[in-house]
Design a protein around this ligand. Structure first.
Ligand SMILES: NC(=O)c1ccc[n+]([C@@H]2O[C@H](COP(=O)([O-])OP(=O)(O)OC[C@H]3O[C@@H](n4cnc5c(N)ncnc54)[C@H](O)[C@@H]3O)[C@@H](O)[C@H]2O)c1
Length: 360
């Protein structure tokens, strides 16, 4: 990848962040990964996400909570990077309705802290993970990046829109090169456990019924994580301007269609129970991806059925024993995270803790 020797990836232990980190390492880019191992879902899954990266000497993990301004300042003074990808945040529409302030801290305050330190003078390209949720239900499909996006349906969507606007202000004020990539329901190996594909697949593999919200006609524009990572890699090379670019499959699938495909791949006839649709969910998402095509010749490469099959293969392999180096790396990391979290609770501010990847 030209010009990028070292990248900062926030949320590196998450679903998308861990894939991006591996992809960058594989192309020879050093990665400084940042994560706080937030407990929105089981942090042990996040430790497992990093097993491969932790064995690479080009990987360095900084345990930092981005909501802590001092910790972000300390991080910025200790690292020199050629690009920043900001994936850290708390995802999920439904939980945001229960805990909106948590989302404001993690998705808005943390984003501003990062912009304060990495998007001022001599700023390097910054990529912000936006979300299709900003389009709400009042944007005509397929969703174009020029839509006003003033009708978010959940606190999550509103915080992601706020993050985008703060990025825009940082660009207007300091001329920082910033690209917002709006991601559309990302799926694939390591998908978050709260997302429907993973919940449904787990239920089918355990021969349990699956719970579908509403009548199952809501549609999502599923996007395979490898396509998202390819799009982010293009965005990291944007060295000037401010841009908003959709990265979506551009082929919406209804919930019941997804259930049918998953059932065929798992080899079961799904037993479905319908419950009322909770607030906050959109009727459909559908990306207009012409801009990503024009700018980066980006097109989604992975068809939905192939991507689902790839996901189910990965999910089935989860019970298998891991090789010893991966197990050991994960064990060491879990111990260090435990120490960091205890220290953080004692002190007023968390201090960054640095761990280097190794081949040992
Ligand atoms: N997965 C999707 O379908 C999807 C769709 C649209 C947008 N996004 C956005 O992409 C990004 C990554 O999503 P994901 O699915 O990989 O989620 P994820 O939860 O798996 O990863 C997010 C990571 O951020 C870390 N994090 C949270 N708060 C932090 C903080 N204060 N300091 C440091 N680290 C923190 C978490 O511990 C986690 O590892 C998020 O910003 C999300 O809003 C995801």
């Amino acid at each position: 990848m030209p010009h990028i020797r070292t990248a900062l990836v926030t949320g590196c232990a998450g679903f998308i962040g861990s894939h991006l980190t591996e992809r960058l390492l594989a192309s020879g880019v050093r990665v400084i990964g940042v994560d706080s191992f937030d407990d929105y879902y089981d942090p042990r899954l996040k430790v497992a996400n990093l097993e491969t990266a932790l064995q690479n000497p080009g990987f360095e993990l900084e345990l930092v909570d981005l909501t802590d301004a001092d910790a972000v300042a300390s991080l910025a003074s200790n690292v020199q990077v050629d690009a920043v990808v900001h994936l850290a945040g708390i995802p999920g529409v439904r939980r945001s309705i229960e805990e909106p302030a948590r989302y404001v801290r993690a998705n808005v305050l943390a984003t501003q802290h990062l912009l304060d330190r990495f998007s001022r003078a001599d700023a390097v390209p910054l990529v912000f993970a936006g979300s299709s949720s900003v389009y709400g239900d009042d944007t005509p499909a397929p969703f174009a990046e020029t839509a006003p996006c003033v009708g978010p349906k959940s606190p999550y969507a509103a915080t992601k829109r706020a993050g985008e606007l703060l990025c825009r202000v940082a660009h207007e004020t300091f001329a920082a090169p910033i690209t917002v990539v709006r991601l559309f329901t990302v799926y694939g190996p390591r998908q978050r456990p709260d997302l429907a594909i993973r919940r449904f697949a787990n239920a089918m593999l355990a021969d349990e019924e699956i719970v579908v919200y509403g009548d199952g006609s809501a549609a999502r524009d599923y996007t395979h994580v490898s396509d998202v990572v390819a799009g982010i890699s293009h965005a990291m090379r944007e060295r000037e301007g401010f841009g908003v670019v959709n990265l979506g499959g551009s082929s919406p699938v209804t919930t019941m269609e997804m259930v049918g495909s998953l059932g065929r791949i798992v080899g079961v006839t799904p037993r479905v129970r319908h419950v009322p649709q909770p607030p906050g969910e959109m009727r459909q998402t559908f990306a207009d991806v012409r801009l990503a095509g024009d700018r980066w010749a980006w097109r989604p490469q992975v068809g939905f059925e192939d991507g689902l099959a790839d996901f189910v293969l990965w999910l089935r392999a989860q019970g298998a024993p891991k090789p010893a180096p991966a197990r050991n790396a994960a064990r060491r990391l879990a111990v260090r995270i435990g120490q960091w979290l205890r220290t953080r609770n004692v002190r007023a501010h968390g201090r960054p803790l640095r761990l280097r990847g190794s081949t040992a």
